[in-house]
Design a protein around this ligand. Structure first.
Ligand SMILES: [Fe+2]
Ligand SMILES: [Fe+2]
Length: 289
């Protein structure tokens, strides 16, 4: 468990999380990476959450570059693996110890937990070394991992805003409604809702959006509160029709949540817009329960 320093006082008590995803070192754009380090360090958020695919092929040099990037950032970091962070070309390593390089270069946990006075963040590893399907890249929420994640959420102090970080998408972006979701998505979302999770931060599709699982969660107090947040690729050339971006999530003292997408405009990270462009400001600032 990591504890944050709680550096939000100077911002009137508004907590900020920078949600990065799909860094894909090995296919990174150096000037985008440099400007991102500068932008994040100029006014460090309370947490930088990275939802997987730190590398292209889980090569040593790629992990070293990812580690160097994270080492330059001045905010606490919580990162989970993506499907690209498992070696695909050394089959023995893939099956025997698929996260050996993650532990060596990123950290001891593939499912880290972070909490401070405002937020409780639980990492969930959805990257799988194999499965009963041919598409290993899809990812899955296994029963054991889901149970452990839910237990960690339940153990958090009651007043915290609960957040899950996982690589694969639990809901599709509006731009790609046919996207394959992580295996076990519906069951996981139901569990998250029951634990009062406010935000699920994901990537993998390289498309940024927000979505609410209105039809998938139990009809109780949590309904309408759970928001799935997707991020585009923050630093790589693997663009899917939109620029490099990351999400800037602001959580006020009253637990209201605002989600902005901060995009690379070709020379800076200056552009920030509400993720839910079809919603009125009052809806973007949805109250949290
Ligand atoms: Fe990716
Ligand atoms: Fe991925």
């Amino acid at each position: 468990m990591q504890d944050g320093a709680g550096g939000n006082e100077a911002r009137g008590g508004t907590h900020r999380i920078a949600h990065l995803s799909d860094l894909h070192f090995g296919a990174e754009i150096p000037e985008v990476v440099e400007a991102l380090v500068d932008t994040l360090n100029r006014d460090p958020p309370d947490l930088i959450a990275i939802s997987g695919d730190l590398t292209m092929r889980a090569r040593t040099a790629e992990f070293e570059a990812a580690r160097a990037f994270m080492g330059r950032l001045r905010a606490p970091i919580l990162a989970v693996p993506g499907n690209h962070d498992i070696v695909g070309y050394l089959m023995a390593e893939r099956f025997l110890d698929p996260f050996a390089r993650w532990r060596r270069f990123v950290g001891p946990e593939t499912e880290p937990v972070f909490q401070d006075g405002r937020i409780g963040v639980v990492g969930l590893n959805t990257a799988r070394r194999a499965g009963f399907y041919l598409d290993w890249s899809r990812g899955r929420v296994g029963q054991g991992r889901l149970a452990r994640c839910l237990a960690r959420l339940e153990a958090l102090p009651p007043g915290l805003v609960r957040i899950v970080v996982a690589h694969h998408p639990f809901l599709p972006p509006r731009a790609a409604p046919e996207s394959r979701l992580v295996g076990g998505a519906a069951r996981a979302l139901e569990g998250f809702a029951r634990q009062g999770v406010r935000l699920v931060l994901s990537g993998h599709l390289h498309v940024g959006d927000v979505a609410e699982p209105a039809a998938m969660v139990p009809d109780d107090a949590a309904k309408g509160q759970l928001t799935v947040v997707l991020s585009a690729t923050s630093t790589s050339r693997r663009l899917r029709g939109e620029p490099n971006a990351y999400n800037e999530i602001r959580i006020g003292p009253d637990r209201r949540v605002e989600i902005l997408a901060r995009s690379w405009d070709g020379s800076s990270w200056a552009i920030a817009r509400p993720q839910r462009t079809d919603a009125a400001p009052a809806e973007i600032l949805a109250p949290s329960g």
